[in-house]
Design a protein around this ligand. Structure first.
Ligand code: URP
Ligand code: ZN
Ligand code: ZN
Length: 468
């Protein structure tokens, strides 16, 4: 059965107009006023509502084995919560353990993801390097449609790489034409600070943030940007220009120091893409002062920054310097967080957010006039689709695109609460945040999966998106 949305205000990254949208067989078949549709077509009234492309969250960690436990949302609960919040596509990370075979890790993640309710793609993390890893990078790039590789400059001794490995990954990706995404923090320096703090009995959640200052993120951001030039230098017997460097995408950028490194490189002509997350736009480090271990809910890496960085990042979004706002979803319950009750180094790092991202960006971006509706669409879906090879199947409202759509009702207000969210976690780091408007309806591959608080997702309905 087809579906028609009547009289919605269609908003894309470049457009805004009132129209009908007709969807059939999971794709958009027609856009226009007063469309004639086959008898039996389901009708959704879109009047007074915005119609956005379904949200894309290019940074999630569903059921990630991490720091001795596993993130609490699996591919089913996490993608379902995403649909309730208007996100219809995720790009998750396959993260092999150090010395683990990449293809073995790929099989593990591909199998877990079969329960997703909406479409998904993968980035491949490279956590160590060898001739076999190089071959496997080539394999997943050419045969599995995994075209972005991730390196962690943090988490030394676990999944973090050293500079030699970092250069090898950049080099291999460059030969393939793949994108490298990077978690930027100076891993060894973080360990040194952690050890010093712990040695003087500073073991609370707030000391997690103290052990990971913004300057160490800025240093690592600058370093990966500079090392990206090594990947192209000397290849044809000559030194390359900055514009020939390996492109890098900085994940969950949090601070002025990192943004400034990006601005410098871009001024030289280097291709550097940037992602941030709602928590780095909307929270400040006072969250770590909460009593009774509640600060642990905010323990993530990089940490929430002091006041000032947030407006700097909003400004970077509004001027187009930040391309995507993802969540870095990696939730842990307070029971899981309690592993670090006596030592912040053992608190599993991460938080939820997929259910709130679209709503928060609308409320604190569009409604507060920090960004336009078109910029909203751009940073919540279109740019991610373009950067990661999913456009115009995803991130667009066009004939032939997948029928992933969000009807956003700008009227009314509500409040975020862990008591009512669908994410499988007992704290919401945005608890009490006021929201403007709501995700009224989410259409996934042509079917209404969320409407007025009713979640009708289907386990396993999501498809793997092989990128090319
Ligand atoms: O604290 C975080 N961000 N946990 C998830 C893993 C990562 O670094 O992205
Ligand atoms: Zn990270
Ligand atoms: Zn992450």
């Amino acid at each position: 059965m087809g579906l028609v949305i009547r009289n919605g205000t269609i908003v894309t990254a470049v457009d805004q107009y009132v129209s009908d949208v007709f969807c059939e067989d999971g794709v958009i078949k027609a856009i226009g006023k007063n469309l004639d549709v086959p008898a039996g077509t389901q009708v959704v009234d879109g009047s007074g509502q915005y119609v956005f492309p379904g949200g894309i969250d290019a940074h999630t960690h569903m059921e990630l084995p991490f720091m001795g436990t596993t993130s609490s949302d699996d591919f089913y609960t996490g993608t379902a919560a995403g649909v309730a919040g208007g996100t219809t596509t995720i790009i998750d990370f396959i993260i092999p353990g150090r010395n683990q075979n990449l293809l073995e890790a790929r099989d593990f993640w591909m199998n877990n993801a079969k329960k997703a309710v909406s479409d998904y793609a993968f980035h491949m993390a490279v956590t160590w390097f060898s001739d076999q890893v190089k071959k496997d990078m080539e394999h997943v790039y050419r045969h599995d449609g995994i075209q972005s590789f991730k390196i962690f400059m943090a988490y030394r001794g676990a999944i973090g790489v050293d500079d030699v490995e970092l250069v090898q990954v950049l080099d291999t990706a460059h030969s393939l034409g793949a994108l490298v995404t990077s978690h930027c923090e100076h891993g060894d320096a973080v360990v040194a600070l952690q050890t010093r703090l712990a040695g003087s009995g500073k073991l609370e959640p707030k000391h997690h943030a103290m052990s990971r200052p913004a300057y160490l993120e800025g240093e690592a951001t600058n370093r990966v940007i500079q090392l990206a030039r090594v990947a192209s230098d000397g290849r044809n017997g000559h030194m390359s220009t900055a514009s020939e460097a390996q492109p890098v995408y900085i994940v969950h950028l949090t601070c002025k120091e990192s943004m400034d490194a990006v601005y410098r490189a871009r001024a030289e002509g280097q291709r550097v893409l940037v992602e941030t997350c709602p928590q780095y736009l909307l929270l400040d480090d006072s969250v770590y002062e909460k009593p009774d271990f509640e600060g642990a809910a905010y323990v993530m890496s990089p940490p929430i920054r002091p006041k000032g960085h947030q407006e700097y990042l909003w400004n970077a979004i509004s001027t187009g310097a930040i391309q995507h706002v993802a969540t870095d979803l990696c939730p842990f319950t307070m029971q899981q967080k309690a592993a670090g009750k006596d030592d912040f180094r053992k608190i599993p790092n991460g938080a939820a957010g997929i259910e709130n991202r679209m709503n928060l960006l609308y409320s604190y971006g569009v409604a507060k006039k920090r960004i336009t509706l078109q910029q909203y669409v751009d940073v919540t879906s279109t740019q991610a689709a373009k950067i990661f090879g999913l456009y115009p199947k995803k991130g667009a409202i066009a004939v032939g695109s997948d029928a992933d759509l969000v009807l956003y009702d700008p009227k009314g207000t509500s409040k975020i609460s862990a008591k009512t969210h669908h994410q499988r976690v007992d704290r919401n780091i945005f608890e009490g945040f006021e929201l403007e408007g709501k995700v009224a309806t989410t259409v996934v591959n042509g079917r209404v999966q969320w409407q007025d608080g009713d979640l009708r997702v289907e386990r396993g309905a999501g498809r793997y998106l092989k990128r090319c």
